[in-house]
Design a protein around this ligand. Sequence first.
Ligand SMILES: [Zn+2]
Length: 406
Amino acid sequence: MVSPTQRLYFEDARLVVFDAHIVERRVYEGHPAVVLDRSAFYPESGGQPADSGTINDIPVVHVTTEGAVVLHVLESPIEGDTAHGKIDKALRYDHTQQHTGQHVLSAVLLDQAEAQTVSFHMSRDVSTIDVDRIPVSPEAWDAVDAVLRRVVEDDLAISVYEVSIEHADTIGLRRIPDRSGLLRIVDIEGLDRTACGGTHCRRTGELRTIQLLSRTPRRVHGGLYRIPFVCGRRALDDYTRRIAYMEALSTQLDTGLEDIPGLIQKLRENLRQTEKRLSDQEEELLRMEAHRLVTEACQTGSGTVLTAMFPERNADTIKKLARLSVEHSPRIALFVCGTSEMVFVRDEGLSAPHLGELMRTATAMVGGRGGGRPHMASGGVPDTAAAHKALAWAKEQITAEAHGTP
Ligand SMILES: [Zn+2]
């Protein structure tokens, strides 16, 4: 049985180069993996991702735990008994900043808004905490931001020590963990005490800033609120990115940053009015077209059944045109739009025929499909020739029925 791995990051979160002995070789999801007697590599846990780096110049692709040992998953097998570990320093420090920022943020939200942190997640660009409540007003959010700024400026000391679980409730932990034995306490001077096994900064000044990225967090499972935030270098990079977005917006809209929201609101209102005007005018044009169709049909003696094909028009427009053509008159419109879409409409005042059934039979006859309600139906057929055939047949049925022919 292999002894528990001595975790060097517990004593020093800044240690990124170390030497150790390989005590066991294993296979993890098809990759070679090693157990060391001591390691500074942080295994994925508690919302903090695993470190990356190398052992004897072989890339470490994942770090996880199996029982009490840390498993280093490697890109290729490793020779010999000794290990020289090198951890990606920038990535580790980034994780450390986000993780420490989370402790501060959770403590401040608890104090300012009685919000309990339920979980923490760190992804590549942004970190999130899920909390059970959020500040209730813009002023309350301002107060949270003000305290976050002050905690960073005050450069509070962060210390780590161990206490037994029996004494946990005497030192005022933010959350009492459900486990036995010794607890590793992360203590932010005068602000927060939490049991945690992650990597942490030595002082809050190292965070440089804790920036909330939303004041209207989305709701997630269990009615919780997911608050996104960034700390340290990430926050500064995020700030730079946002400046680029805002400058692009400002150039596009040809206005100052502070005028953008008002301008967008105005543009949206203009667009809404323009769309309304266009739609009114389109309806007017369709009415005129419907009137022309009816007049032409009357002149050719087929005034009650209108048939027409509109190869260049879309179904929505043709449905509207069909409705307007039969409005308040005992007529039926049998239209084709595009090359293969069919629309049948009759005025609701007419009691027959059932256009849904007529459509179903007419389209089925030519290898298509369709159906609908008694006064309105739609369908599709393979091509223009089929559409012609289905249309002619449907018209014949209506005419025959009107003349009482079986
Ligand atoms: Zn922690």
